[in-house]
Design a protein around this ligand. Structure first.
Ligand code: ADP
Ligand code: MG
Length: 781
């Protein structure tokens, strides 16, 4: 196939051509799989999911300067995006998985090579492919699709920030050149704003400067036409043939320039408009039978309006029709996606121009990829989450991609030839004027009629379009109303249910209320009691406080007392010290006194011994005297006996005469004896008196000594105790002495008694009948 091209013109032919192209792609229905080598059979039956790529842009310089918090984290390896949300001081992380994830540091080149390059290959295989950029304004849709601002790069190289469009064009050229294939590439670039299509590649200048063109007609609105076979085509859309990758920037700049003018005029229109850049490639192929075939592939690159317009339109919809229209396409796109995901029967493609244009890309035979763009900033979080939800939902759309039917080259040439023929005939007729000839008046009349007819037709067409529009509007309204009524019905049901629930709840609440009331009463009673007890507690507390204060005073007094006591104890200690020293002194003195008293006692004992010796000697003397007197008495008694014997003889002879004598003698003897006994008794009495005297003296001394001892005892109890022991011992020894003395006395007495008994016995020898002797002896005793 030859490369076609030349001056682009908005001629009806080019319109027809594009219509044909679209029709063809629509026609591909029946001829599925003619060259479908890229699609496995299973895919055809089940379909292929829409591929969803997520791209997060880096923070802008301003955002970085302003320390904007980042709430998005991308995990490219796991193909996950996490959004951190803080609700009521709770951190909630939401994670979304996509087919591919490109973080803020990702490069244009990486995105293209990893995700778009395979799609370009499929386009070259004869598929129709569509790439959408979806996201909030300012998240990088245009950056991703077209690229940054850099236009020039080193000799033929693309700048690093080149977007998907230039890279795709470049790749197509590279591949086809490498294959030395025969091909042609044409592009169209249109904008959809407020449900009106604008050709961004149409020449600005009016073709006939003679006819004045109004300012607002500069951007000619173009109609979307049904091709009658389920497809649509854009009438009068300019197709630009591209011969090299370098040209693409001219085309983009041309389109962007148009958009920019519009932007200033129409208040940031670009964020509310969709732009569709389409690349159509015709490639010549040879079949096995050496037949030449034409393979057709189409790539649509769609830069959608800012997704924030969906939510915002919600508030305005109905109020301002225009505002509604602006976002109608985006809204319908959402509805179409929902319908496709939920497999609901009716998919509202026809509700907006965007969905009509891209019908085949959504649930059709086109391979579709959505690039969702987000910002990492916290201030965009709400929009980011809605984008993530939207994109995640779109993942479930299934398309059934099919390769476009290839056309025989001969058929294409035939088409072209017939067109050339027709053109030739026109030219020939014009030049040779050998067509039908009619008179000038008739011609003029016919022309006027024709013009009128055309005008009428145009008017009718416009009318029809208006009616169509009205119909669509009415249908929309009807749908909306139905939706509303369904919603209202649901709401009513829900409300009734709620009412029932509320009634139950009210009943429960009433019960609870009465319960609560009684509880409150109880509680009040309890509170009353509590208050009383609190009062009494407060009183108690006051009393306790007063007592505590007293106690504190007492304690301080106690402390002072303790202090004083300590002082006194100190004094006592020193006193005890002093007392101890005094005691030792006094004990020393006592010791001395005791030793002196022991010496004295020893002296006393010596004296007593001496006394006892003298007493014994005097006693001996007395005993001697007594012996002597007893001897005398014996002698006297012997003589008496002899005398008595003599007397008895005499008595025998004359008892009467001698009796008197005897009597006198006895009397004298008796008196002698009496005298003698008196002397002895006196001596003994004296002795005893002396003894008594010495004893009493001794006792006196002892008493004196005891007194002294008692005084000492007062000074020191222990010493006194020992002294008393000594005294007791002394007394004991004294007692022993006394008892000894008493026993000596008793012995003496016994000796005396014995002597007397002996004497008595001796007297008993005297005849019993001697009454007088007996009487005398008794008297003696
Ligand atoms: P949109 O088309 O979604 O409204 P733009 O493409 O106009 O957003 O991007 C807004 C700004 O952010 C532009 O200045 C663009 O250069 C910049 N930008 C967007 N994405 C990136 C990116 N991935 N890397 C660097 N800059 C970016
Ligand atoms: Mg943009």
């Amino acid at each position: 196939m030859e490369k076609r091209g030349g001056t682009p013109s908005p001629s009806p032919r080019s319109t027809e051509k594009s219509g044909k192209d679209l029709t063809r792609s629509g026609d591909a229905n029946g001829g599925a799989g003619a060259g479908g080598n890229a699609t496995p059979k299973g895919d055809k039956e089940k379909g292929v999911n829409v591929q969803v790529i997520l791209r997060c842009r880096p923070l802008s310089d301003d955002e970085t300067k302003g320390n904007t918090p980042v709430v998005i984290s991308c995990n490219e390896r796991r193909r996950e995006v996490a959004a951190t949300q803080v609700i009521a001081n709770k951190q909630i992380d939401r994670t979304f998985a996509f087919d591919k994830v490109f973080g803020p540091s990702s490069k244009q080149k990486d995105l293209f090579e990893q995700s778009i390059s395979p799609i370009v290959h499929e386009v070259l295989e004869g598929y129709n492919c569509t790439i959408f950029a979806y996201g909030q304004t300012g998240t990088g849709k245009t950056y991703t699709m077209e690229g940054g601002g850099t236009r020039k790069a080193k000799s033929g190289e693309l700048p690093t920030d080149a977007g998907v469009i230039p890279r795709s064009v470049r790749q197509i050229f590279d591949i086809l050149e490498a294959q030395c294939a025969e091909y042609s590439m044409k592009v169209t670039f249109l904008e959809l704003y407020n449900e009106e299509i604008t050709d961004l590649l149409a020449p600005d200048e009016p073709r006939f400067p003679v006819l004045p063109v109004p300012e607002d007609k500069n951007k000619k609105p173009i109609a979307l036409m049904e091709d009658g076979k389920g497809g649509v085509f854009v009438r009068g859309l300019e197709e630009e043939v591209v011969y090299s990758a370098g040209e693409i920037y001219k085309i983009l700049d041309k389109g962007s320039a148009k958009r920019r003018t519009a932007e200033t005029l129409l208040n940031k229109q670009s964020s509310r408009s969709h732009s569709i850049f389409s690349i159509t490639i015709h490639i010549k192929e040879l079949t096995h039978e050496s037949e030449e075939m034409i393979k057709i592939g189409k790539l649509n690159l769609v830069d959608l309006a800012g997704s924030e317009n969906i939510s915002r339109s919600g508030a305005r919809d109905g109020r301002a029709r225009e505002a509604g229209e602006i976002n109608k396409s985006l809204l319908t796109l959402g509805r179409v996606i929902n319908a496709l995901v939920e497999h609901s029967g009716h998919v509202p493609y026809r509700d907006s121009k965007l969905t009509r244009l891209l019908r085949d890309s959504l649930g059709g035979k086109t391979k579709t990829c959505i690039i969702a763009t987000i910002s990492p900033s916290v201030y965009c979080l709400e929009e980011t989450l809605s984008t993530l939800d939207y994109a995640h939902r779109a993942k479930n759309i299934r398309n059934k991609p099919e390769v476009n039917q290839k056309m025989m080259k001969s058929a294409v040439i035939k088409d072209l030839y017939s067109e050339i023929d027709r053109l030739k005939q026109e030219v020939f007729a014009a030049r040779e004027k050998n067509g039908i000839y009619i008179p000038r008046e008739r011609y003029l009349q016919e022309e006027a009629e024709k013009k009128a007819m055309t005008e009428k037709i145009e008017k009718l067409g416009v009318d029809l379009e208006a009616r169509d529009k009205q119909l669509v509007e009415l249908k929309e309204l009807y749908d909306a109303q139905m939706l509303l009524s369904a919603e209202l019905g649901e709401k009513l049901e829900k409300t009734q249910k709620d009412l029932e629930d509320t009634r139950h709840a009210l009943h429960d609440l009433e019960e609870k209320y009465s319960e609560a009331k009684s509880t409150i009463k109880e509680k009040e009673f309890v509170i009353f009691n509590l208050q009383n007890s609190e009062k009494s507690l407060v009183d108690c507390a006051y009393n306790l406080r007063a007592e505590l204060e007293n106690a504190a005073a007492d304690v301080s007094g106690l402390f002072s007392k303790i202090e004083r006591k300590d002082k006194i104890e100190d004094g006592n200690r020193s006193l005890v010290q002093r007392f101890r020293s005094q005691l030792t002194q006094e004990l020393d003195a006592l010791h001395k006194t005791v030793s002196t008293s022991v010496m004295q006692q020893e002296d006393h004992l010596k004296e007593m011994e001496d006394d006892m010796q003298s007493f014994v000697s005097s006693k001996d003397e007395a005993a001697q005297g007594l012996k002597e007197s007893i001897q005398n008495l014996k002698a006297l008694h012997g003589s008496g006996i002899t005398a008595l014997d003599n007397l008895a003889g005499e008595i025998d002879m004359n008892s009467q005469t001698t009796f008197e004598k005897l009597n006198s003698q006895v009397q004298s003897h008796t008196s002698d004896l009496e005298k003698c006994f008196g002397v002895i008794a006196l001596g003994a009495d004296n002795l005893l008196n002396e003894l008594q005297c010495s004893l009493s003296k001794q006792e006196e001394r002892l008493a004196h000594f005891a007194n002294k001892q008692r005084e000492g005892h007062l000074r020191a109890v222990e010493a006194s105790r020992s002294i008393s022991n000594i005294t007791v011992g002394f007394f004991h020894s004294l007692d022993v002495h006394a008892s000894k003395l008493t026993s000596i006395l008793e012995e003496t007495q016994g000796v005396q008694d014995q002597q007397l008994i002996d004497l008595e016995k001796k007297f008993e020898v005297i005849p019993n009948d001697n009454y007088y002797i007996q009487y005398a002896v008794n008297k003696l005793i």
